[in-house]
Design a protein around this ligand. Structure first.
Ligand code: BTN
Length: 236
């Protein structure tokens, strides 16, 4: 397939029901956040997208990105009980290296209804020739565990945790997920750079506020950001 997210997005426009899932063995045009490529070799990793329909408009779904990150950590902790962390908003890391990522694409009327395609990529067993294409520190479950887990079991765990989390989010919003997200915050207290479309801001990561925004200390000021990409500064 080109991308499980792209495929499910087009099915969504044709009326596919909430809860529809697309899994692929490989992606020719796997997509990451911020227009990046998601390296997707055949038969090695998990590439999965889930369609979820909401009565509310996209603005009410601001916390969804963090909720998906918590669900993914819960699923992965069934395989790796220790060492998992979240890099805002929803990169899953193991000992500081990226293990899994989430790409959420939303559409809908501002007053609702809306829908989200939640795409999850988990590195399970990344072959060397594909690894050369990855531009950030990464790991895979095989390296973390010393053996390859069942991708079927992993897919089931990811879907179960996502569906439970989405139902909870629909009724209660982001608040029930804040504690779990903060427990796994991998960058709080560290010196970071926040990459924005119009430049880079340097400061100390100070966790997330109750809306899920990133809080950063920039000089004497505490600032909040709803979007952007964090990287650790070399000095931290
Ligand atoms: C990121 O961390 O940049 C997000 C990566 C998301 C990758 C998944 S793989 C399944 C789905 N289809 C895509 O094209 N992307 C997502």
């Amino acid at each position: 397939i080109d991308s499980t997210n792209s495929y499910l997005k087009s099915l969504a426009l044709d009326g596919a029901p909430s809860g529809s899932v697309c899994l692929a063995e490989g992606q020719r045009s796997g997509r990451g956040r911020l227009g990046r490529v998601w390296v997707s070799p055949f038969g090695c990793n998990l590439y999965l997208s889930l369609l979820w329909r909401f009565d509310a408009g996209p603005a009410a779904l601001a916390g969804l990105s963090l909720v998906a990150g918590v669900a993914l950590v819960r699923a992965l902790s069934g395989f790796l009980p220790q060492g998992l962390g979240l890099k805002w908003p929803n990169d899953v890391q193991w000992q500081g290296r990226k293990l899994a990522g989430v790409l959420i694409e939303m559409a809908g009327e501002s007053a609702g209804p809306s829908h989200a395609v939640i795409g999850v990529g988990v590195n399970v067993r990344m072959p060397g020739e594909s690894a050369a294409e990855i531009t950030q520190p990464w790991t895979d479950l095989t390296r973390c565990l010393g053996e390859s887990p069942s991708r079927n079991a992993l897919a089931a765990g990811v879907l179960e945790n996502l569906v439970v989390a989405l139902r909870h989010f629909e009724t209660d919003g982001l608040p029930p997920f804040l504690e779990a997200w903060r427990e796994h915050d991998a960058v709080a207290g560290k010196s970071v750079q926040l990459h924005l479309p119009n430049g880079v801001i340097e400061g100390q990561a100070r966790g997330i506020d109750d809306s899920g925004a990133l809080v950063m200390q920039v000089g004497d000021e505490l600032r909040r950001f709803a979007s952007g990409e964090i990287s650790l500064r070399m000095s931290s």
